[in-house]
Ligand binder design. Structure first.
Ligand SMILES: Cc1cc2nc3c(=O)[nH]c(=O)nc-3n(C[C@H](O)[C@H](O)[C@H](O)COP(=O)(O)OP(=O)(O)OC[C@H]3O[C@@H](n4cnc5c(N)ncnc54)[C@H](O)[C@@H]3O)c2cc1C
Ligand code: FES
Length: 512
């Protein structure tokens, strides 16, 4: 990623201080140039011109290849969104703004002038400020809520309690570059250590909440300490499903959810030679790819016929399988493991696979114990309304554990996507402050397999038609999932702008 960032930041295109002809930038157009060595995106909307940093602050995506939507630009890589007027980040996964410059139009030419003050929107007036906000969970949703509360001008007491020993980090990276050995340690934290202190966010690590008292409005940690709240967010995420077969508790059997899990896996991978990955889920397959990058022999064992078939359909599943096979992964599908010992894994078929490392990636279960004990309404997740409020006033839920009414599909859905958790966290922050914002974001996730990235917008638990435009084998396609003729979701490979356009199309369907 660091290399990619450096590459994207390299000056390319015209020197914008010298000016370009107005006619070179069509209405709705964007182009990349540079100013004093910095990559700058110049954009036009009607007769207004904007200049902001051209490199996305998430992983360095090239914003000039993204999509302009109104006065915003969306990143082609993972759909972050920036305000063209201010450079402010409006949508995760980017957390930081891009710089912003003044643009002058003179004698039929456009000149990019001095930098504007770094762009964060002025906080809106806080309609309702609770005395104390407690966030349970230091992951995607919890962190996004804490940050947005401060960005929105909330000045009251703000406590984030996380059972994790590490401050919030980039969880999706744990199965990708970080596990493959291609990401430096300092890419993983979402924020530097000083960030929370500077914003007066009381981040407590290794702080496991054991109970919520909804009548007296406090949470109790497992060490007995208490934190009173007026507004509470439950964002405890999900836990890996454990397998219960002989040998599952052996030390070389790993799960992957936390940074500590990823580090333990890396330590083992340094000496391992043959790995069995149980489960052909996104995480299982990303782990397989990362272990292959380390030169480890990898066998994937899973009950389905095609990996990822349930989410992406058989054709994409077959493509993903072929892709992994090309990289040397061996699949054992239509079967499961029945036992593990120090040196091997035995399958239902009786086959034995030699292995000194086992990684289990058979899905996750939302962490709802607190909510269940507190008597919140549960519906295959914590049930929330369109404002992400639970059944108990003052308590919100967001992220992997929340099931919300999705206006696009007309169903209540729960998803396990990084960006959705972050966007929900931001909505919760605004609603804690009385803004009554509906959570209407179109779900989005990405998954990386070697050089192939799959982007997915929308949500299709069931479909009756799959249309493939382009060719999977050529790694250039759009896959549309429909039910009753209605488009529910779109997966793309190497068609980043098309993915962004599909996202906008799905958003417009919600508004209607
Ligand atoms: C290895 C891996 C790779 C992934 N890759 C992708 C990807 O490429 N794209 C994508 O869209 N999604 C990906 N995901 C999924 C994504 O990370 C999750 O959807 C997202 O993290 C959910 O955010 P969350 O805030 O709900 O939960 P989490 O991020 O899991 O955070 C939960 C937090 O709650 C804390 N907690 C739990 N119980 C308690 C308690 N009782 N008291 C206090 N704190 C508690 C935990 O310590 C943690 O800090 C990946 C997940 C993993 C594990
Ligand atoms: S690089 Fe822009 S959103 Fe990830």
């Amino acid at each position: 990623m660091g290399d990619v960032m450096a590459e994207q930041s390299k000056p390319s295109g015209p020197d914008l201080t010298l000016g370009i002809a107005v006619s070179d930038l069509a209405d709705g157009g964007m182009l990349q140039g540079h100013v004093a060595g910095e990559a700058v995106l110049l954009a036009r909307r009607d007769d207004e011109y904007f200049a902001i940093g051209a490199v996305c602050t998430h992983y360095g995506g090239p914003l000039a290849e993204g999509l302009m939507v109104g006065e915003t630009v969306r990143c082609p890589w993972h759909h972050a969104c920036f305000d063209l007027r201010t450079g402010e980040t409006l949508r995760p996964p980017a957390l930081n703004p891009v710089p912003c410059w003044k643009v002058e139009r003179r004698d039929g030419r456009l000149f990019v002038r001095e930098k504007r003050q770094a762009g964060e929107r002025r906080p809106t007036v806080v309609a309702r400020a609770p005395n104390a906000v407690v966030i349970v969970g230091g992951g995607a949703a919890g962190n996004a809520t804490a940050e947005m509360l401060r960005r929105e001008g909330y000045a009251g007491r703000l406590t984030m309690l996380s059972a994790d020993e590490s401050a919030p980090y980039d969880r999706p990276n744990l199965s990708k570059d970080y596990l493959a050995g291609n990401a430096a340690e300092d890419w993983v934290p979402l924020r530097p250590a000083t960030f929370y202190r500077e914003r007066d966010i009381d981040l407590k690590l290794g702080a496991r909440v054991a109970a919520v008292d909804t009548a007296s409005r406090y949470v109790q940690l497992d060490d007995g300490s208490r934190h009173a709240y007026e507004s509470l967010l439950l964002a405890t995420g999900a836990e890996p499903v454990r397998v219960e077969i002989a040998g599952a508790d052996l030390p070389h059997v790993h799960y992957l959810r936390t940074l500590a899990d990823s580090r333990a896996l890396i330590a083992k991978a340094l000496t391992a030679r043959r790995a069995v990955v149980m489960g052909a889920s996104f995480i299982g397959l990303e782990v397989a790819a990362s272990l292959r990058a380390r030169g480890i022999e990898v066998h994937v064992v899973a009950p389905e016929t095609h990996p990822l078939e349930r989410i992406l359909g058989p054709a994409v599943g077959a493509f993903i399988r072929a892709l992994h096979e090309e990289h040397g992964v061996v699949f054992h599908l239509g079967t499961t493991a029945t036992s593990i010992d120090d040196r091997s894994v035995t399958l239902k078929s009786g086959e034995t696979l030699q292995s000194d490392l086992v990684v289990v990636g058979v899905g996750v279960r939302p962490s709802m114990l607190l909510a269940e004990r507190a008597g919140l309404v549960i519906d295959r997740g914590i049930a929330v309304n369109e404002y992400l409020e639970t059944s108990v006033p003052g308590i919100f839920a967001a992220g992997d554990l929340a099931r919300w009414p999705d206006r696009l599909s007309g169903e209540s859905i729960r998803v396990e996507h990084w960006v959705v958790a972050q966007r929900q966290g931001q909505t919760v922050a605004r609603n804690i402050l009385g803004q009554r914002e509906r959570f209407d974001a179109v779900p989005y996730f990405w998954s990386q397999h070697y050089a192939v990235m799959i982007s997915y917008v929308g949500h299709a638990e069931r479909w009756d038609t799959i249309e493939i435009d382009g060719q999977l084998a050529a790694r250039d396609c759009r896959v549309t999932y429909r039910r009753g003729g209605k488009m529910l979701a779109v997966a793309t490979i190497s068609r980043d702008r098309e993915s962004l356009k599909a996202e906008v199309e799905l958003e417009r369907m919600i508004v209607q």
